[in-house]
Design a protein around this ligand. Structure first.
Ligand code: FEO
Length: 405
């Protein structure tokens, strides 16, 4: 197995997990657990590791560069097991190896593993270590995305190792942004941001501002998942600023499920109304999440770059449809409406009894920070021609509001 060189003495020695398809509710085409080896004239540092049981690839790639026993420094940027899971093995293999991490990470690692005898070296922002011609500088990044998180910066090569931030869940033979293609890389990064980073957007902006004020040049961004940004580092940094502010397109995302195709017909007519105004629309059926486009984790990526979100559901036992409840719960956790640039939305659906789904959705949209334009549109049984016309007009109304935002 081969390591990949980023710069003189700096190597990617990570793990490609081709088979991972679900990661806490996020559907993905595999991922990578990126670890990096920095070889100085005095010390050899390993930055991050990999998921438990993935040590084979990690050690084989390290061996491509150096005898793993020559590693005399470990940097643990983050406690989550996809980046710390091979530490128990590494600490056995390298007794008393110093582990540089935040004070919070010391406690966090102690809750995950038996860390008795581990040689922790807690660090604070701007602490640095010299490896001999290579200087590692640490920047604490609490809640990006766990309390223990930190970034590591390699000064001489201007490489930022920000762990999860700027990552993407993708398993590929390409290691760099220019090999995968800028648009594909950014699309995967957008999905990652939409599913994991959105609720932390204010902290992202604060941290980016702090890093900018430090005046450290960043040529390469080497996250802990996916490709490494070497040609488009400025693009991913800029994208994070835009996504954190909620900058969106003139686009409407319509998300719904249907029992007997009544809510489906409403969704189609709303979409026609949106398109008639020259505004982009994405229609997402929640029917079966095994299909890529129907999965909540793909839909929220569309929600992120849409100015409007409409959610539809039939009423079932006085409640929303189970798939819609799942989506609304996910949306509530992410809070995509609470970014600088607001989102608008509304609810729609069909009912054959007491109704109620539309009122529930309207409240859920509000809780996710989305400004509802009305109390929603609920019809009885099948939509008749007058009601379908109203759906079309609702789409037009939403589209006009989007263009005015
Ligand atoms: Fe990729 Fe927070 O772990």
């Amino acid at each position: 197995m081969k390591a990949t060189k980023l710069a003189e003495g700096v190597y990617w020695v990570g793990v490609i997990d081709w088979n991972l398809r679900d990661y806490h509710g996020y559907t993905l085409p595999g991922t990578t657990y990126n670890a990096y080896l920095v070889v100085g004239s005095k010390h050899v540092a390993l930055i991050d590791s990999a998921y438990p049981g993935q040590e084979y690839q990690l050690l084989e790639r390290i061996k491509d560069v150096i005898d793993p026993k020559k590693i005399d420094i470990i940097v643990a940027n983050h406690v989550e097991m996809d980046h710390s899971g091979t530490l128990p093995l590494l600490t056995k293999m390298l007794p008393n190896v110093p582990i540089y991490c935040t004070e919070v990470a010391v406690k966090g690692l102690g809750k995950h593993y038996d860390t008795t005898g581990w040689n922790f070296k807690p660090v604070k922002s701007l602490d640095k270590i010299e490896l001999g011609g290579k200087t590692l500088v640490f920047v604490e990044a609490p809640m990006l995305h766990w309390p223990d998180s930190m970034f590591t910066y390699l000064a001489e090569d201007k490489i930022l190792f920000p762990n999860d931030a700027f990552g993407q869940h993708i398993a590929s033979c390409e290691r760099f942004d220019d090999e995968l293609g800028k648009d594909v890389a950014l699309a995967h990064a957008q999905k990652f941001f939409a599913n994991l980073i959105v609720p932390l957007a204010p902290r992202v902006l604060k941290k980016l501002d702090e890093v900018t004020k430090l005046g450290i040049p960043i040529d390469v961004v080497a996250p802990s998942h996916g490709i490494i940004w070497r040609s488009y580092a400025a693009d991913i940094l800029g994208a994070y600023v835009n996504w954190s502010h909620g900058v969106a397109k003139n686009k409407v995302t319509i998300v719904y499920d249907t029992m007997h195709h009544s809510t489906d017909r409403m969704a189609q007519m709303i979409a026609e109304g949106v398109m008639s105004e020259g505004v982009a629309v994405k229609v997402c059926l929640l029917k079966d999440g095994r299909y890529e486009g129907n999965h909540r984790s793909n839909i929220v990526s569309d929600v992120l770059d849409s100015k409007a979100v409409l959610v539809g559901s039939p009423t079932l036992q006085d409640e929303v449809y189970p798939t819609v409840a799942d989506f609304l719960s996910y949306l509530h956790g992410l809070q995509p409406g609470r970014l600088t640039h607001k989102k608008i939305g509304c609810a729609f659906g069909s009912q054959g009894g007491h109704g109620g789904a539309v009122a529930i959705i309207t409240e859920c949209l509000k809780k996710a920070g989305i400004e509802t334009i009305n109390d929603g549109f609920e019809i009885y049984y099948r939509p008749d021609s007058a009601e379908l016309k109203k759906c079309y007009e609702l789409g037009q109304d939403i589209a006009r509001r989007v263009k005015a935002m």
